[in-house]
Design a protein around this ligand. Structure first.
Ligand code: HPA
Length: 267
């Protein structure tokens, strides 16, 4: 029998009813291989979770992996939907509400992003210190929820990630400001220049609706961008989705090591 109560937004299959994840992770483009490190019984397809939106792109429908990482119960979502596919910002943040329903208190958001600050390098990670929402969209639209956003991304968790990266001998992730653009087209060179002049370090098409939703639900957030490419106009090389996926996949093993060390200390 599927598990749900009258207040639950999502209907969970039996296989998930006993999962009590403390940390929830949402993986961005190219970061899927991370799930291989999670000791997971059997992934659950998003199609088996009632109420969860699914990408219409073939092969991108998404799976939820509940299991243990570094001894801590986690839920890892591989695949998310985006507003550029036609979903609302509320729909694009559904995984966060699913995690909240399952009891998650701390959330890790990852994404692939383009570089706007030319001091940063492709293949490196950036911890989000803040964001700028250039879409005008919000998952809270219609709710009159006036949440504080002075520290969306937890400072103590950012410190933890940097300390642990140092202990592991990994390159220290930079910190920076992520600009949310709707997409799906990549930016023009003029837009990349504008984003930089307004204080952004990286640009992408996800994460911000999830972060706003998670803050509204009182969760702690850490978010990381895999810097997959220079933004348009910074390198002269045309942007390609294949390149974004390839660089993301290569950088994913570093993130796996870092998360395995950080997750047990996040709860
Ligand atoms: N722009 C927007 N989104 C992205 C990019 C980019 O250059 N790279 C990866 N996701």
């Amino acid at each position: 029998m599927p598990k749900s109560s009258s207040t639950d937004e999502f209907t969970l299959p039996d296989s998930l009813s006993k999962a009590k994840p403390k940390v929830g992770l949402i993986l961005g483009s190219g970061l899927g291989p991370f799930v291989d490190r999670v000791k997971c019984d059997a992934p659950v397809g998003y199609a088996d979770i009632g109420g969860l939106p699914m990408s219409k792109v073939p092969g991108h429908s998404g799976t939820l992996h509940c299991g243990k990482l570094g001894g801590v119960e986690v839920a890892v979502a591989k695949g998310r939907v985006h507003c550029y596919e036609g979903w609302t910002a509320k729909e694009a943040s559904s995984l966060v509400r699913l995690f909240h329903q399952m009891g998650v208190k701390v959330i890790v958001l990852t994404n692939a992003a383009g570089i706007v600050n030319a001091n940063f390098k492709p293949g490196k990670w950036m911890l989000l210190s803040d964001h700028i929402n250039f879409t005008g969209l919000s998952p809270l639209t219609g709710s009159s929820t006036f949440i504080d956003q002075s520290e969306v991304y937890s400072k103590p968790l950012r410190c933890l990630f940097r300390e642990m990266a140092q202990e592991l001998g990994l390159p220290l992730p930079a910190e920076g400001v992520y600009a949310w653009m709707n997409g799906p087209e990549y930016e023009t060179p003029a837009e990349v220049k504008m984003l930089r002049s307004l204080g952004a370090d990286a640009v992408g098409m996800s994460t911000v609706p999830e972060a706003i939703q998670a803050r509204a639900l009182g969760m702690e957030i850490v978010a990381m961008s895999c810097l997959t490419n220079y933004g348009a106009g910074l390198s002269g090389i045309p942007l390609s989705h294949d390149e974004v996926m390839e660089v993301g996949a290569k950088a994913s093993s570093q993130l796996v090591d870092l998360l395995e060390k950080c997750v047990p200390q996040m709860v």
